[in-house]
Design a protein around this ligand. Structure first.
Ligand SMILES: NC(=O)C1=CN([C@@H]2O[C@H](COP(=O)(O)OP(=O)(O)OC[C@H]3O[C@@H](n4cnc5c(N)ncnc54)[C@H](OP(=O)(O)O)[C@@H]3O)[C@@H](O)[C@H]2O)C=CC1
Ligand SMILES: CC(C)=CCC[C@@H](C)[C@H]1CC[C@H]2C3=C(CC[C@]12C)[C@@]1(C)CCC(=O)[C@@H](C)[C@@H]1CC3
Length: 313
């Protein structure tokens, strides 16, 4: 039976690179590109088919920041497929990024600069806003839309002959101090991105606890610092070109390889000789907080399903 792989945020950056890599590794998979923009999805499909003409590539329209769209996409996917082998939960946003150069300077004086350059801890802020569902946009797009999607796809992911895998694109920017259970959508602070990625790490830990027995496994990864639309909104391209040799060296000298563990985040790395490898780093997650947060997600899911009852089978 063919393996089906779903990738969200496949229209550019990390998602597109991932699609190319997946087809390069195994040209027999069925790759489904989940994108919010139908035209971009078709253009992406054409692009990957140019490179892999024999590949099976389909598209599905989903705006992860819009829960009605997520429910519609899930319904469509349930009609099309019986099983999903891999789901890459990759789509993400970092709106209105702001770099605190003063913090970087302070980091240089206090010896924390290297850490800051790999995690952006204390360096980045964002301005978030409410979406049409009355939820914080970053929380919804980066985490909750994906959460609803996989919950709605449970029949394709759980209790099947073959196990299924969820791979969340998290970030080394995920930080416990940016997250609070009492404000898990991060409506009050200015680190919505970091909070949403920490919430992602928490969710993955609990999903493993709840669903491993039913054959569903979840991992979080950090792709490293990638030049994409997201990073080009942080600094202009020419500055990145100037900074890249420094950033490359910084990321290069903070790495080493190992195996999959639900309490670990897998960071993409490159050795000094240009060899690509993955470095696992233990998740900074308290399992009790993860469980409490999961209960909150279930409550919010209940409200969402009540509101959109007409979109459910
Ligand atoms: N770049 C980096 O250095 C790092 C990135 N990451 C993570 O990698 C992931 C991909 O980011 P990256 O490739 O860099 O960024 P890009 O902005 O290049 O790509 C983001 C992708 O997500 C899609 N997307 C955004 N909002 C939505 C939405 N509401 N519904 C559906 N799709 C959406 C975009 O679609 P569209 O084309 O329509 O905008 C695009 O395909 C994110 O989760 C990010 O947090 C993690 C660590 C580092
Ligand atoms: C002007 C100088 C010398 C440095 C500015 C560099 C910062 C703009 C840069 C340093 C660390 C970077 C970083 C990210 C964004 C840009 C930085 C803050 C991320 C937050 C991008 C998205 C992610 O998910 C993280 C993994 C990145 C962490 C490092």
């Amino acid at each position: 039976m063919e393996r089906v792989v779903l990738v969200t945020g496949a229209s550019g950056g990390v998602g597109l690179a991932l699609c190319r890599r997946l087809l390069g590794e195994d040209g027999r998979i069925h790759l489904c590109l989940a994108c919010r923009n139908a035209q971009k999805a078709e253009a992406t499909r054409d692009l990957v088919l140019q490179e892999y003409p024999a590949a099976q590539v389909s598209t599905v329209e989903v705006d992860l920041g819009n829960l009605a769209s997520v429910l519609r996409a899930a319904q469509e996917l349930r009609c099309r497929f019986q099983h999903l082998d891999f789901v890459y939960l990759n789509a993400g946003i970092m709106p209105n990024p702001h770099v605190n150069f003063k913090a970087l300077w302070k980091g240089l004086l206090t010896g924390r600069l290297l850490h800051m350059l790999t995690t952006a801890e204390g360096v980045m802020t964002q301005t978030d806003r409410l979406n049409g569902d009355g939820l914080q946009e970053v929380f919804t797009t980066n985490l909750f839309g994906h959460f609803i999607l996989i919950r709605q796809l449970e029949s394709l992911l759980c209790g099947n002959e073959k196990p299924s895998r969820l791979i969340w694109t998290s970030s080394s920017n995920a930080r416990e101090s940016a997250f609070s259970l009492s404000d898990y959508q991060h409506a009050k602070g200015q680190e919505s991105y970091s909070s949403s990625k920490y919430a992602t790490d928490l969710t993955s830990v609990v999903l493993n606890r709840k669903f491993n027995k039913q054959g569903l496994y979840s991992s979080v990864v950090c792709p490293g610092l990638v030049m994409s639309n997201m990073t080009f909104k942080i600094l202009p391209v020419f500055l990145w070109v100037l900074l890249m040799p420094i950033m490359f060296l910084v990321w290069l000298f903070k790495q080493k390889p190992e195996y999959l563990d639900p309490l670990v985040k897998y960071h993409s790395c490159t050795s000094g000789l240009g060899k690509n490898f993955v470095e696992p780093r233990k998740l900074d997650v308290d399992e009790e907080t993860a469980e409490k947060f999961y209960q909150k997600l279930l409550e919010l899911e209940g409200q969402t399903l009540e509101k959109y009852g007409d979109l459910l089978d």
